[in-house]
Design a protein around this ligand. Structure first.
Ligand SMILES: Cc1cc2nc3c(=O)[nH]c(=O)nc-3n(C[C@H](O)[C@H](O)[C@H](O)COP(=O)(O)OP(=O)(O)OC[C@H]3O[C@@H](n4cnc5c(N)ncnc54)[C@H](O)[C@@H]3O)c2cc1C
Length: 383
């Protein structure tokens, strides 16, 4: 395994560029047909199951999943190209995002055969959607403080507790829950935690909306009241939940969604300033930073392909990328005379409104940037 903090740089080859051209052509067709309007933060807010199915039909979901489970045996770099094209266009990818990005790799690494055959084909087809069940009212950054309990029962486990900020749970089929299955051993709070795949339609599951300030419904509180989870839905090894859940984070933190959430806004900004002849230096600075974070993010995807766990580089992508996403919003507000308008049918005012609404979450979701700097500092021997 590489000991470097940052994996070596890679370049995309002709195979990836050919694929990019295919995705770009598809996106252009969809835009021409009016099936979607570009939006900021489309991977959280653009829930469109029909769009996900069309991607599944083209083989652009579950790309790194083996064919035996309905996938396509392709590389993480090929998947990267598809996701960056879709995000750059502001396409509605939220429905399949979590399932495709992190549930599929987690099932492949840790899932029972029953879990893999039950869920992977649907994930690759764009018909099966997942949520993430980590955070709780008193456990966010301090994830080891989760209080959801898993108690042994005949043929499985019974789960009781409350998860919060569960994006998309009101639409998703299932979520992976981190729960305490035995008391911590001494002061090691990370011991005794386990992961379970919970069907969100199970008896005992209550899903309540947590609305954004504009009334939009993306988040939920999910209450588990003595929910039965059969043994074959245990994800990985009982007691190893901490290591498993944190190993998923390299997938969660390093992808193009960590610097492209406001790319459609940046594109609109370039268009708005093209004739004005102002703001070029600022735009140049932003674009060159996007390019730099992108190179780091691609090198992480290649490292994941090689079986490495590049958690430091993944943390850097998220910290640098999400702050850049927010600065793109600041630049748009300073450089053009446009008010954010959520009611606008299209263009910069609506992209700006979407981005302003979602931007506080950019540096929080997936582990806050402060926590990620701690990860980097520890790897550098500074703490
Ligand atoms: C848009 C969005 C989507 C989300 N989706 C999901 C989801 O689907 N599933 C899910 O499980 N969770 C989800 N979350 C929750 C997210 O993971 C948590 O918000 C995050 O882990 C922070 O936890 P918290 O909100 O409890 O904040 P806290 O942990 O209470 O942190 C509050 C503040 O204190 C700082 N802080 C805390 N500890 C330290 C420390 N040790 N050192 C320095 N600073 C510290 C933090 O950086 C932060 O600024 C989502 C969040 C957002 C914003």
């Amino acid at each position: 395994m590489s000991t470097a903090l940052v994996p070596r740089a890679v370049r995309l080859g002709p195979q990836e560029e050919q694929l990019r051209a295919e995705v770009r052509a598809f996106v252009a067709e969809e835009l021409a047909a009016g099936t979607f309007r570009p939006r900021s933060d489309s991977w959280l807010t653009g829930w469109d199951e029909a769009f996900s199915r069309r991607l599944g039909e083209r083989g652009w979901l579950g790309m790194t999943v083996p064919r035996a489970y309905g996938g396509h045996d392709r590389t993480a770099l090929e998947r990267y190209v598809v996701t960056e094209e879709l995000l750059a266009a502001g396409a509605p990818v939220a429905a399949h995002w979590i399932a495709d990005r992190q549930t599929a790799p987690a099932l492949l690494h840790f899932g029972t055969e029953a879990l893999k055959t039950r869920y992977l084909p649907g994930i690759a087809a764009g018909t099966c959607f997942f949520a993430i069940g980590l955070s709780e009212p008193d456990a966010g950054s301090d994830l080891a403080a989760v209080r959801t309990r898993a108690v042994r029962a005949e043929g499985g486990w019974r789960l009781t507790g409350t998860k919060v900020w569960t994006s998309g749970a009101h639409h998703a089929h299932a979520f992976a829950v981190l729960a305490r299955s035995s008391p911590a051993e001494g002061r090691d709070r990370k011991s005794g935690l386990s992961q379970f795949v919970v069907d969100l339609r199970s008896p005992g599951v209550t899903i309540r909306p947590i609305r954004l300030i504009n009334g939009a419904h993306h988040f939920n509180e999910v209450v588990l009241d003595d929910v039965f989870v059969p043994d074959e839905m245990v994800l990985g090894v009982i007691g190893q939940g901490w290591n498993q859940a944190t190993s998923e984070l390299a997938f969660e933190r390093s992808g193009p969604e960590r610097y492209l959430s406001t790319f459609p806004l940046l594109t609109a900004l370039v268009g708005a300033l093209a004739d004005a002849g102002t703001g070029r230096a600022e735009l140049g600075r932003l674009v060159s930073r996007v390019w730099t974070v992108r190179r780091l993010s691609i090198s992480v995807a290649a490292a994941l392909d090689r079986g490495e766990v590049p958690e430091v580089a993944a943390a850097l992508v998220k910290d640098l990328g999400t702050r850049l996403e927010q600065e793109i919003i600041d630049a748009a507000r300073l450089l053009v005379d446009a008010r954010p308008d959520p009611g606008a049918t299209d263009g910069l005012p609506r992209l700006l409104a979407d981005a302003v609404l979602m931007s506080p979450g950019f540096t929080l979701r997936g582990g806050t940037n402060e926590i990620l700097r701690g990860v980097v500092a520890r790897a550098m021997g500074m703490r």
